[in-house]
Design a protein around this ligand. Structure first.
Ligand SMILES: C=C(O[C@H]1C=CC=C(C(=O)O)[C@@H]1O)C(=O)O
Length: 420
């Protein structure tokens, strides 16, 4: 079989039931068991899950197509009784895709999902066709604190990474490309095995406007929505162009104004917006792309942000749209193939699922896929160890030391969540 041929993955036959549950006031994350929890939470809404009713592991150039085919087969064979009828109820899966074809990608359908939207809480049970599962009694758990975390350089020291940025600036000014996003990693080691629910809680509390996620050991709170598809409406929040916050409100407002005027950041942002608008255009009958970005204020940084919206003109699923958008210029560069090659040549590390699409979708193909930023990957071999990631967009006007400082600011959410 040639490498480009699709791989057949057998999808199991599932029975699914969603029911409203009353009097549930605990935070969704409080329901997660110690191991194997999945999460997608923003401003208290979203869903968490555990157990594995079905799972797909894929890699390679056809990973998105393989995943979509598997999901299509699984959803069309499933028997679903959904008494809730809101986005996220019924049969849903969580997913996380690698940045490159070689990195691993997964979709997981949990056995139990607890969801919440606009004050309604529900439980979805998913079981093989032969055995219908009863809805569980919802209990809450307390995560174990994470103690004594030390941080060490990942693949590169900060100084080495700055010289890689300088090399990228040389390539850009030499005319090879316009923009490239370079990333680095940091290793966190805790005294005890890390209970992932501890940093997850902290991320959800400190970054309520971000999407806090947990999928197969990759956890984080990302501010960037690659694409949401809901009942024919397509939306995307594009971020690129960043400035650190100081904690002094008056000073931060002045910094926000300087970010909004910075030609270097506006250029970096424009490439990212263009890449998203161009990828969504074939899928939209009408589209709104604001001409000027707004400044998104997060607790650690501020970003230039543009909310793109469109009305779908075809049946492309949220994952199909994410596949069309990935890798956007917010995490790869412009032109895409040249930036991707340069990342492979000089970045010096495997990104894994960092900067790939992470999110969820339902049986109708609606869902949300964000870009996995501000996140960390638990080490499956060593439960005390995590790899944290951050990157920065490099254009002709970039200063390597300023870009290093920007990645340090972007590492703050995960460092703080781990208790540094
Ligand atoms: C690559 C990252 O951020 C991207 C998203 C927002 C702003 C970015 C920037 O200003 O460089 C990056 O393009 C990261 O957070 O690791």
């Amino acid at each position: 079989m040639s490498l480009s041929e699709p791989v057949r993955h057998q999808a199991p036959r599932l029975v699914v039931r969603s029911q409203v549950v009353d009097d549930v006031s605990a935070h969704l994350l409080d329901h997660l068991p110690a191991e194997g929890g999945l999460a997608w939470v923003r401003r208290g809404d979203g869903h968490v899950g555990w157990g594995v009713a079905a799972r797909l592991d894929v890699a390679g150039g056809n990973r998105f197509q393989d995943a979509m085919r598997w999901w299509q087969e699984l959803t069309s064979a499933a028997v679903v009784r959904d008494d809730v009828g809101v986005p996220g109820s019924g049969l849903v899966c969580f997913g996380s895709f690698g940045f490159t074809d070689q990195d691993p990608s997964i979709l997981v359908v949990p056995e139990i999902i607890v969801g919440r939207r606009a004050g309604t809480t529900w439980v979805t049970t998913v079981s093989p066709a032969s055995s219908l599962a009863a809805a569980p009694e919802l209990v809450t758990h307390k995560p174990s604190p994470v103690y004594d975390v030390t941080f060490a350089d990942g693949a590169r020291t900060g100084t080495d990474w700055s010289s890689i940025v300088a090399e990228a600036v040389r390539r850009i000014t030499g005319g090879e490309l316009d923009k490239v996003v370079l990333a680095r990693d940091l290793i966190a080691i805790a005294a005890q095995p890390i209970d992932l629910r501890w940093p997850l809680h902290r991320l959800a509390t400190s970054y309520p406007n971000c999407w806090t996620f947990s999928v197969d050991g990759l956890i984080g709170a990302t501010p960037e929505l690659l694409v949401r598809r809901e009942k024919g409406l397509i939306t995307s929040r594009v971020l690129a162009g960043t400035i650190r916050r100081t904690g002094d409100d008056a000073h931060d407002l002045a910094l926000a104004a300087s970010l909004a005027r910075s030609s270097k950041d506006l250029e970096e942002h424009e490439y990212a917006v263009r890449s998203v608008a161009d990828a969504l255009e074939p899928h939209c009958k009408s589209m709104n792309v604001p001409e000027t970005p707004f400044v998104l204020h997060l607790p650690n940084v501020m970003h230039l942000a543009t909310d793109v919206a469109g009305v779908a003109n075809n049946g492309a699923s949220a994952l199909g749209l994410a596949a069309a958008l990935h890798p956007s210029a917010a995490i790869c560069g412009t032109p895409t193939p040249v930036a991707r090659d340069l990342i492979g040549e000089i970045e010096g590390m495997q990104r894994g699922r960092f900067s790939g699409p992470v999110g969820w979708m339902d049986a109708a193909g609606d869902g949300e896929w964000c870009i996995a930023l501000r996140c960390g990957q638990a080490d499956p071999e060593n439960p005390r160890r995590m790899r944290l990631f951050a990157g920065a967009g490099i254009v002709a006007g970039s200063n390597p030391d300023a870009e290093l400082a920007e990645t340090n600011a972007k590492l703050v959410p995960m460092r703080d969540a781990l208790g540094d």
